[in-house]
Design a protein around this ligand. Structure first.
Ligand SMILES: Cc1cc2nc3c(=O)[nH]c(=O)nc-3n(C[C@H](O)[C@H](O)[C@H](O)COP(=O)(O)OP(=O)(O)OC[C@H]3O[C@@H](n4cnc5c(N)ncnc54)[C@H](O)[C@@H]3O)c2cc1C
Length: 348
């Protein structure tokens, strides 16, 4: 049996699958096109979404024996700003809505921390790799088409910690903007569906809104921009190669969360190689229903104009247990099964 497993891409999914493969007794090698890991991220705050599974995401990762050697901040509360600038606060008593992590190559950040695990396991990572070896087994090369655009800034501030989501089609058409501040470090970003307008205007509007809402002072701002891809026709395997993370189109349709998919698909690919079982079957079993449910969620979300956002945010603010409400929306239940073919036809 060939124990050397070559992986293209040293992102979240590629690093994770290498860690699991090594623990299963294989000899993974990673080939990365950039000069370091986390190249497209500069300390941006991102959230490990924690409602789509019955179990807490950090417990899931611990059960897989992944070292949780990165900083993660539980968020039990967040605010939502409506188009009319009403602020509602949502709280979860049961468990965090999400865990905030930072992305990029710095101690404590997710990409750096996974890379350190890879380094400690003596897994070779070949950077600046322009020509991939022919016998790559796992493709972990991230997004390949822009379904959604994300523009943002990272900055320093003296404002207190806050988690804010903004729903307003003038600021993030069919998407959302957000402001996250932890210990004087902040991210403002707007994530929206690709359209023909100038995307920078959405970012400028998001920044201006955050400044005016909280009298926010922003220092040392650094801009970032990226895109995400998702698909329900997930290609998990082709020509005997395995595709993981966003390379397989794995991302939540509604809000673009891809971190949990990246790590878990990395694990499943490693497991399928170790057990000589079908990765496609394992991945479909774990992901298909939640991806399909999230497609229906996006379909419903895209029906909302600003007045419906206003109504919905107000209505949800009376929900006692929003995390429970969200979890239900990720079950592929009868309603979602009925709506799914329509959502698919219209959105994809
Ligand atoms: C601005 C932004 C905010 C986001 N916020 C969230 C969030 O809050 N929560 C969440 O869950 N998800 C979020 N996501 C999505 C999440 O970041 C991705 O789903 C996740 O990083 C995907 O991991 P991956 O390993 O598939 O891809 P990546 O992390 O993108 O890694 C791919 C790697 O492959 C390398 N590569 C590419 N092509 C080649 C090649 N030809 N050869 C070799 N190497 C190659 C790249 O350089 C990169 O290092 C966000 C995404 C963006 C852009």
């Amino acid at each position: 049996m060939n124990k050397v497993i070559k992986i293209a891409g040293a992102g979240i999914s590629g690093l994770s699958s290498a860690i699991f493969l090594k623990k299963f007794g294989f000899l993974p090698e990673i080939y990365e096109i950039k000069s370091s890991v986390g190249y497209r991220f500069k300390g941006d705050f991102q959230g490990f979404e924690n409602w789509s599974s019955d179990k807490d995401i950090i417990d899931i990762l611990k059960d897989l024996e992944l070292d949780i050697n990165f900083n993660f901040i539980p968020s039990y509360t967040f605010k939502v700003c409506s188009p009319k600038r009403n602020l509602k606060t949502f709280e979860s008593k049961e468990r965090p809505f999400y865990y905030l992590i930072q992305r990029g190559f710095k101690e404590g950040y997710l990409d750096y921390s996974l890379y350190k695990q890879v380094e400690n396991l003596n897994i070779p990572v070949y950077f600046n790799c322009k020509n991939l070896p022919k016998d790559i087994k796992i493709f972990a090369t991230g997004p390949n088409k822009a379904s959604a655009i994300i523009l943002g800034i990272n900055f320093d501030t003296d404002y207190k910690d806050i988690n804010l989501m903004i729903c307003d089609n003038n600021i993030a058409p069919k998407g959302y903007a957000y402001l996250l501040i932890v210990n004087g470090k902040g991210t403002i970003a707007t994530a929206f569906k690709k359209n023909n307008n100038n995307p920078n205007v959405y970012l400028e509007n998001s920044i201006e809104l955050c400044k005016s809402l909280f009298n926010l002072k922003i220092y040392n701002q650094v801009k970032f921009g990226s895109f995400g891809s998702f698909s329900d026709e997930n290609i998990f395997e082709k020509d005997n190669k395995l595709y993981i993370g966003e390379a397989a189109g794995l991302q939540d349709f509604l809000f673009g969360f891809g971190l949990r998919y990246a790590i878990l698909s990395g694990y499943l690919a490693a497991r399928s190689i170790c057990e000589n079982t079908s990765y496609t079957n394992l991945a479909k079993k774990m992901f298909s229903n939640s991806i399909k449910a999230s497609l229906v969620n996006r379909f419903l979300y895209e029906r909302l104009d600003n007045s419906k956002y206003e109504f919905l945010i107000n209505k949800l603010s009376y929900q006692k247990d929003l995390i429970h409400f969200l979890r239900k929306r990720y079950k592929f239940n009868l309603k979602r099964r009925i709506l799914y073919p329509i959502a698919k036809k219209i959105l994809l």
